[in-house]
Design a protein around this ligand. Structure first.
Ligand code: MRU
Length: 359
């Protein structure tokens, strides 16, 4: 993988002149730097090390990674090509376990190739083109889904303008607009003003490094708080609504999202503040009945004991570092997808949303 400089508006992921470019989010907010992912190993490492993160963005990069790997294939025939593709799918899918968008995207890419092979005209060259088109479609659909969520959430918010969010579910986590931040992007386009409280989001600081960065760039009134200040700002009536993203939504509406989300949901419940989850349908996993079955990624202890580049804990202390938690559906006021606003019971409403897309 190599660093490149890119002029113009910032972006999260882009296929440009046959090259897969991503912003290296580990470098934010100090530097806006981009890298070219040149191999499947680069794609795997970029996802695993959080150069690219956020459920939809991970899925998009994984899809492009599959197209990239396919374009480099030296397979002599279709069976060999399909073998390689399936190995690539399994490899990339193993980079991180919680965000279902990752396996959703690589499975969709493989299924597209399998369907195309059934046609009599299939060649390796044709499949390579089809996979590049499918990755582009996944990215375009994600942008459309985010835009639609933005419109739905704006209607839902009504006159509410004091928003609290956790982690980063903005443009950096998607193709464009974000999920939780989509109403802010769409609202700003319409001349609306917001005041957004951003949880710092320990241990990796996606809130302060990424959300505060992108909202500030957008010209939004943003106030950064440490995670343990959310109760105070809620108790002071500064927050009208909480909006977060999701990494996986189970069939009953339980939501896995960045560690700390559960605490925010419980606080919002206590202070009777609406708690909204925004996610595209690619994040909904109807194969998983409840949040208990969602695999939760455990991350290295250094994120906690050396997260600021210096030791912040005694050497050898034992550490527990789950990257995500699960918010039970009971604490979620509504789940917003590109299809609209899903309400309880989510086991019915989420199915309806999915059915509208895949009848
Ligand atoms: O570990 P991360 O940074 O990938 O976690 C990201 C989150 O938890 C986001 O809230 C979620 O993926 C939704 S992004 C639209």
């Amino acid at each position: 993988m190599k660093s490149v400089s890119v002029a113009g508006e910032w972006f999260t992921v882009r296929w440009m002149d046959g090259r897969l470019l991503i912003m290296d989010q580990r470098k934010l907010p100090q530097a806006e730097s981009y890298v070219v992912l040149e191999t499947m190993e680069d794609v795997f490492q970029a996802i695993r090390t959080l150069m690219v993160r956020g459920a939809p963005a991970i899925g998009i990069v994984a899809a492009w990674g599959m197209a990239l790997g396919a374009s480099q294939s030296l397979a002599r025939d279709i069976p060999e090509f399909m073998e390689e593709l399936k190995a690539a799918r399994d490899y990339v899918a193993s980079a991180r376990p919680t965000a279902v968008n990752l396996s959703w995207a690589v499975n969709r890419m493989t299924a597209k190739a399998e369907r195309s092979v059934k046609g009599d005209q299939a060649t390796v060259g044709l499949l390579q083109d089809i996979l590049a088109e499918e990755a582009a479609l996944i990215q375009r659909e994600d942008e459309d889904a985010s835009r639609a969520m933005g419109e739905h959430l704006l209607s839902l918010l009504g006159k509410s303008r004091g928003i609290l969010t956790h982690c980063n579910a903005g443009q950096l986590a998607t193709s464009r607009y974000g999920t939780a931040l989509s109403p802010i992007y769409v609202g700003v386009e319409k001349g609306e003003k917001f005041h957004v409280f951003v949880d710092e989001t320990r241990p990796v600081l996606q809130g302060s490094r990424l959300t505060a960065w992108e909202l500030q760039k957008l010209g939004v009134d943003v106030t950064l708080i440490c995670d343990n200040m959310a109760a105070t700002v809620m108790s002071q009536h500064k927050v009208d609504a909480v909006i977060v993203g999701a990494d996986r939504i189970a069939g009953n509406g339980d939501v896995a999202n960045k560690i700390g989300t559960l605490g925010v949901a419980l606080l919002a419940h206590h202070y009777e503040i609406p708690f909204y989850v925004a996610a595209p349908l690619s994040t909904v996993d109807l194969a998983i009945p409840t949040g208990r079955q969602i695999p939760i990624e455990q991350r290295p202890s250094d994120e906690i004991v050396k997260g600021f580049g210096v030791a912040t804990a005694p050497e050898g202390v034992s550490v527990y570092n789950p990257a995500f938690d699960v918010t039970p559906h009971a604490y979620i006021t509504a789940i917003v997808t590109e299809r609209g606003v899903a309400r309880k019971p989510y086991s019915v409403s989420l199915r309806d949303h999915v059915r509208e897309v895949n009848p």
